[in-house]
Design a binder for this molecule. Sequence first.
Ligand code: A2P
Length: 327
Amino acid sequence: NTQLLTLNNGHKMPMIGIGTWQASDAEIEVAIEAALEAGYRHIDTASRYGNEKAIGQVLKRWLDSGKVKREELFIVTKLPLNANAPSDVEPIIRKSLADLQLDYVDMFLIHTPFTLMASEDGGVKRDEQGLAIPDLRTNHAATWIEMEKLVANGLAKSIGVSNFDQEQVARLLKTAKIRPATNQIEHHVYLQQKELVDFCKAEGIAITAYAPLGSKGLAKFNAGFGIVRELPDLMDVPEIKEIAAAYGKTPAQVLLRWIVDTGVIAIPKSTNPERLKQNLDIFDFKLTDEEVAKLVKLDQNFRIFNFASHHGAERHPEFRFKNEFTN
Ligand code: A2P
């Protein structure tokens, strides 16, 4: 019930996965249970999301009962932005594996290309103004060597990056012995990043789209930073609604089908069992070339995830996170 994409190392990755950001332990337990029941096998999480233990408990139940086999699952987690020095890599993945109650993950990603100083309590260190303090010692090439060791020692089947721009990917490719299997980026009809997507595909790097539905949940996160920012409602775009009506599908299903039709993996987040089911039920229709072209035209280069201003990285142009969004 889900298409698989063959990665550059031969491993196969389900093209729809469940996103788990901003879900409490109680919510995520219900969601993972419902997702597995609905047929999801790809789960995208991160130690920064703080819910790996809760996810691990559900996985253990399913694996112990034999309802699912480990090799059927595709579990993705990430090296957090406040601990991505070379010496962090192995301890961090071992902690995630312990929490997830797994021996290996299917994919381990460098969560962001930039680093923020860690606070004593394991969070992010902030200055007097509440801005996160960047750590300028980031060296992707050095961290990548440790990432590659995870494949050698079996802790991760595949390794990749997230939020990397073209220059950062290109630079990593110069020294990488194992090419990243994926670059997980914000990708939806309003932010198509064609150049980056085409570049990665040409280099054999699969694209995983986060916020494929426009991540309405970001408003909640923004509010925590005192940021009020109008976000578009992708499910309310007339062109999307029109196509959805023609197929008897929902706008969310059209948004996801478009992503999958362009050879990109999508990880819509939902904690609602009905919507989870809906987001996986996209393989019984296909968009025409004209419809795809119509959706391509919707691109507005609108970035929902405003990394630069959240993280104060604009003060450090070497992070290569351009503060090109309004706030
Ligand atoms: P909920 O968890 O209540 O379903 P994204 O994956 O782009 O970050 O978007 C996730 C947001 O979209 C969440 O707020 C989620 O809410 C909502 N959502 C997920 N699936 C659907 C759907 N099929 N229809 C409407 N909203 C959805």
